[in-house]
Design a protein around this ligand. Structure first.
Ligand SMILES: Nc1ncnc2c1ncn2[C@@H]1O[C@H](COP(=O)(O)OP(=O)(O)OP(=O)(O)O)[C@@H](O)[C@H]1O
Length: 258
């Protein structure tokens, strides 16, 4: 039976994005089922951030289309309450405290005040931020900023969550708290689109993996399928598979720098 927009949380059709003569994303067609944790992999410059920006409607495609939960991403108003986005460089107000930042974002997303207060307290505890919650963000470490930014992306309980390197700069305890949160969201039916270079994280929590190389999807499937397809031999890890599928295509690249 063909899948419908009810089952498919993220659907892209022949997505293409160019910057002048540079092709950043080429003929990308994705159909990611609701509730999936999708690990989005690719070497530096492959087009992952560009894809995230296309999927969240922050940049328009040169051609092709994107629907998230059945809504065309050009309809930003309809989409805002349904998606959460943690970008590579999260927007935080330096002069705010974490609590002020989170209250501000909850208000923007129309989360009722009492619900917001409870959620914020819960997240501040879970991420060991409660003691620093009233300090200005300008005095925060990279990890404290990253945790605050993660919380702000999930405060409104979005249906689809886009995360760009969510565990970047985090110590093992904080990274584990984020991984557990991602899994808990997915268990409740949230779809998580996760871009990261940390392959063990993908191995641990992703249901499906897509590998982008030079703007094109060069492998897709469960982590096991991608590993098997790469035929890496004895040591079957996602890292071996990643290196195999991206080097298979390396000869097509105009210049590898190696
Ligand atoms: N605003 C822009 N203007 C021009 N070119 C851009 C722009 N954004 C991205 N590109 C180009 O598009 C290609 C893909 O970049 P992108 O940032 O999407 O890759 P990435 O996979 O996220 O890389 P990384 O893992 O290093 O963050 C690169 O060649 C990059 O130079």
């Amino acid at each position: 039976m063909p899948s419908t927009d009810d089952d498919i949380a993220i659907r892209t059709t022949d997505l293409r994005k160019t910057y002048n003569s540079e092709v950043a994303v080429e003929r990308l067609s994705l159909a990611i089922p609701t509730g999936t944790v999708y690990g989005f992999l690719g070497p530096n410059g492959a087009g992952k951030t560009t894809t995230m920006r296309l999927l969240t409607g922050l940049t328009g495609p040169t051609s092709g289309s994107v629907r998230v939960r059945g809504v065309d991403v050009t309809d930003r108003r309809a989409l805002a309450s349904r998606i959460g986005y943690l970008p590579e460089t999260p927007p935080l107000y330096e002069e705010f405290s974490a609590r002020e930042q989170l209250e501000y974002v909850a208000d923007l997303r129309d989360v009722p005040q009492d619900v917001a207060r409870d959620r914020i307290d819960g997240y501040l505890d879970r991420f060991d931020l409660r003691g620093d919650a009233d300090k200005r963000i300008e005095a925060y470490s990279k990890g404290m900023r990253q945790k605050t930014a993660f919380v702000q992306s999930v405060l409104h309980d979005p249906d689809v969550l886009f995360l760009d390197e969510p565990t970047s700069g985090l110590d093992p305890r904080a990274a584990r708290a984020i991984r557990r949160s991602i899994t808990a969201f997915a268990d409740r039916g949230t779809t998580v689109f996760l871009s990261t270079h940390i392959l063990p994280v993908v191995e641990a929590i992703a249901d499906a993996v897509g590998v982008l190389f030079d703007g094109r999807l060069v492998a897709e499937g469960t982590p096991e399928e991608v590993q098997n397809r790469a035929e890496t031999g004895a040591s079957d890890s996602l890292e071996d598979a990643f290196l195999a599928v991206t080097s298979d295509h390396r000869s097509d690249a105009p210049h590898t720098g190696e």
